[in-house]
Write a protein of this length. Sequence first.
Length: 236
Amino acid sequence: MKLKIFKHIIIVSLMLTMLSSIFINTTTATSTQPSTNNNTALPDYIEGSIKVMYPDASEEKLAEVRAMWIEQLAINEQQIAKTNGAILKPQPITRALTYMSKTTSTCTSGGGTLTNPSYITDMSDSKFARFYTPGADQCATIAGKMSDTAAGNYRVVAYRGTTSTGNYVVLWGSTTGNGGTWNAIGYVQITSTGANQYYIGTISTAYAYVEAVCTTYLGGQATYNDVYIDCIYVYY
């Protein structure tokens, strides 16, 4: 009788151990997923661009836009990891599917300036549009229509001014353009003083319009931008 009771105790103990192990593993797996918590802090240059794109949005809408950015940034990081960083390296321009073919609107505020905004159109031709926001609470943006709609990896050919400190370009996409909904694509810090290719983000939606934003609305002089962009394009 004592032996049977002892065996039951051992069996129950093993079952509890197995259940405990399953619970712990499930909790760990859940906690390692990319966070979409609306309270997660975004960098100043992204928050500033949200202010540009959604100036009159409610707090509920802003929370939705921030969650969208958190999700998109996680997708971009996954793409970088998936390619072991190869996606960050220059790619043949001949692989381009579509590019910004014409500008549809430009905007500056607070003393920010744009020079030769039409030079951002077409494929790489060594003509550069300049985004210049050297002081606090400034922005410069260019929106444009893509030559075709295609999903894929967004890139820019760009360089920075020699004395600037931030040089962040934040890119948004839309299926309808001005007056429609703008969605997160990604951002990049332009670090070279000579023209170079930069990966911005990977999108599964084929956008017809994109808008590039440089702003110091929230980061102040810490995000001082002097960026020269030759072209924005999507490659496969």
